[in-house]
Design a binder for this molecule. Sequence first.
Ligand code: NI
Length: 403
Amino acid sequence: MSAPSITPTSVKPCQLRPAVENLQPRLVEWRRHLHQRPELGFQEQLTAKFISQRLQEWGVEHQTGIAKTGIVATIDSGQPGRVLAIRADMDALPIQEQNEVPYRSSHDGIMHACGHDGHTAIALGTAWYLSQHRHSFTGTVKIIFQPAEEGPGGAKPMIEAGVLRNPDVDAIIGLHLWNNLPLGTAGVRSGALMAATETFYCTIQGKGGHGAIPHQTVDSIVVAAQVVNALQTIVARNVSPLESAVVTVGKFHAGTAVNVIANTAELGGTVRYFNPALGKLLPQRLEQIIAGVCASQGASYELQYKPLYPAVINDAAIAELVRSVAASAIETPAGIVPECQTMGGEDMSFFLQEVPGCYFFLGSANLSMNLAYPHHHPRFDFDETALGMGVEIFVRCVEKFCN
Ligand code: NI
């Protein structure tokens, strides 16, 4: 869907801060509207409609239905120049909200518990500002509203649909509202920010039998327990102590009765790391250990190993641009926090594999307002003051990058 571009309302040098202050109540309104109507990945129909309607009102050219529910808005300054993309995710989580707020989720069992409602509002605010101040930058800005960040991942299908081409994107930026940091700070760093995320499922096949006659069986629980313990040696003994990695077994299902030796045991887990070289070592060691323990006990196994998202790796030059912009926009002594790495994953990584860019965290916790629950918690909420900060940082990045 597209609409004709409108003439900018002002050709004067922009007064960004007052404009964003005026915009703040609308950012809050949009965020709360979306918060009340959360949708799961690839089902963001209402969300996409809301975004598209706003863009249409402002005369922002955009395409809908990319990778099912994604949207790309293109804001052309009318002057030749570079192309910067801004990415926001749109999806919510299968969580029942426990907040008692007027804008609580009206969709049973679904909640914006990660702040993606805020990301969408910030991206919309940025689109509004840039569409009304096209003379404040040169080149083109693409705003990418991406579905399904929480899984199975909307970034990859959007890239495959060509969102980084025509015009070709030179760099990409994106942010995550972050309750691990207080309002008035931003986590910006070059290099690895978030970890590669991979999962595994393993079925261990023993030989069931009577709980009192173990010598006639192969106890899949005993084998699986040894596997779980042995997997801990991967990070402890195969990964350099100077590197970061995680192997977590988060699922262990076996057995039906206290006097029955379980025929099979099912394990599932997640693997995280920053250094791409570990992407070979970790699954290799995982299978060697499972195979070795099973062989030693007379059990067999089936293993499924799935890479999900690569690590989020920021480009040094774009990270420096974001850092300097954020430092001047935030103006607090705590300011920029470079020690903000996390083993959490993000499919922003697929965009960053294609073009240089920077993903960063925008502090959104406020302890005095009891807004500091962790992401994905049923009481997650954030300080909405961060919405305006996000718009200001994005707009300043555009002006700095594109001019
Ligand atoms: Ni998130």
